[in-house]
Design a protein around this ligand. Structure first.
Ligand code: UDP
Length: 378
């Protein structure tokens, strides 16, 4: 009946469903939630503002292929994401750059530190904080300690429950120190938001006669793994199975629970036209939440109120909250490897996406990965 079964209708599962459907394969797409688009899911709230239910998702890519592909399913609102971080009570541009330097230090000191940065790095370079901390130059050492303490240390402790040196360097390297006056959060050539949201985009992607979508369906209700065989509706299934959920759930947690980080997303409707000075403001040093997102600044809306989101990081507990991020420690990676080794016994199952591959994929990364999997399996 079906050539391909895909578990999870997030970005990974939906792109693969569309790709297989486009070459004539019959696809069954199973989704536990009541909606598609995974954590990109967005909806218009009571204020008439498009909000991201599972936290802010900003699209940016260096890939013309990804951009052109998505452009088949959506128009765009051209948008450069901006973030500020509150340092000593003042919101300043993030990534930390030469403008930030002038906002946090008096002019003479800023001049000296800027000269030290430009003496050691080329204009336009990006330096991860853990790299800058290794600097031998005394001025850069001072600057690195300042940025580490004021921007990374306490934010990361809140976000991960760990200090930056306990998590993989690539995580904090996502927000490097930028030797430039560019306040944009990302530098990719393609940056925009889907005009009518990600949910609409994904719905358009899945609108294909070869795709059968089952919402509100746990994969355990239709699939089973026995020996090295997969079963669909109790019959042997010989086609391709794409799994995009948590890998421990695929194997009934036989090697224990895989850790993920969750966030308590608390939305608030505010009786003001505008709440803050940037679409996202990070609070590294105060409060229990990490950041506030004001969605109206991402998706403009001509309404009098505004909707904000505070993110309170917390441990993930299955069945209680949502798994948002893998944990980037050696220990968590080792726990994941046990499951990925187990997966190798099943020749027809491929794990794809942030949850299943235990990777910090951005939206464009996951689409690139879906293309790669499609090319290998088609
Ligand atoms: N980070 C930080 N302070 C900030 C912003 C980011 O320490 O003000 C660190 C933190 O460890 C965070 C990581 O950089 O988890 C990546 O930040 P990004 O904004 O990419 O996180 P995401 O939007 O994916 O949650």
């Amino acid at each position: 009946m079906f050539d391909v079964v895909i578990i999870g209708a997030g970005m990974a599962g939906s792109v693969l469903a569309e790709r297989f459907a486009s070459v004539g394969k019959k696809v069954l797409l199973i989704e536990r939630r009541r909606h598609v688009a995974g954590n990109c899911y967005d909806e218009v709230d009571e204020n008439g503002i498009l909000i991201h239910k599972y936290g802010p998702h900003l699209f940016h890519t260096d890939s013309a292929q990804v951009w052109e592909y998505l452009s088949r399913f959506t128009q765009w609102h051209l948008y450069f994401h901006k973030v500020k971080a509150v340092v000593d009570g003042k919101p300043v541009p993030l990534p930390f750059n030469l403008n930030t330097l002038r906002e946090v230090f008096p002019t003479r000191l800023a001049d000296k530190l800027e000269a030290a940065l430009l003496g050691n790095f080329d204009y336009g370079n990006k330096i991860p904080i853990l790299e800058l901390k290794k600097s031998a130059d005394a001025d850069l050492q001072f600057l690195a300690d300042f940025i580490y303490e004021k921007i990374f240390l306490h934010y990361s402790e809140k976000q991960w429950g760990l200090s930056p040196d306990k998590i993989a360097g690539a995580v904090t390297a996502r927000v490097p120190i930028s030797i430039s006056r560019d306040d944009r959060y990302f530098n990719d050539p393609f940056q925009a938001m889907p005009l009518r949201g990600y949910t609409r985009l994904v719905e358009n992607m899945l609108d294909h006669k070869n795709i059968k979508l089952l919402l509100n369906t746990d994969f355990h209700d239709v699939m089973e793994l026995r020996g090295e065989q997969t079963y669909l509706f109790r019959r042997k299934f010989k086609g391709q199975l794409i799994y995009t959920g948590q890998l421990d759930e695929l194997f009934d947690k036989k090697f224990g629970t895989l850790p993920y980080r969750s966030i308590d997303m608390r939305f608030q409707s505010v009786d003001d036209e505008q709440f803050q000075s940037a679409p996202v403001v990070n609070y590294p040093n105060n409060y229990d939440f990490t950041r506030i997102t004001e969605f109206k600044q991402i998706h403009p809306a001509q309404v009098e109120r505004t909707t904000i989101l505070r993110e309170y990081p917390q441990e993930y507990v299955a069945g209680v909250n949502e798994p948002y991020y893998p944990i980037f420690t050696d220990e968590a990676r080792a726990a994941y490897e046990k499951y990925s080794d187990e997966l190798k016994r099943f020749k027809n199952i491929t794990a794809v996406g942030r949850l299943a591959e235990y990777r910090y994929f951005d939206i464009d990364d996951v689409i690139k990965r879906a293309f790669e999997v499609f090319d290998a399996l088609k």
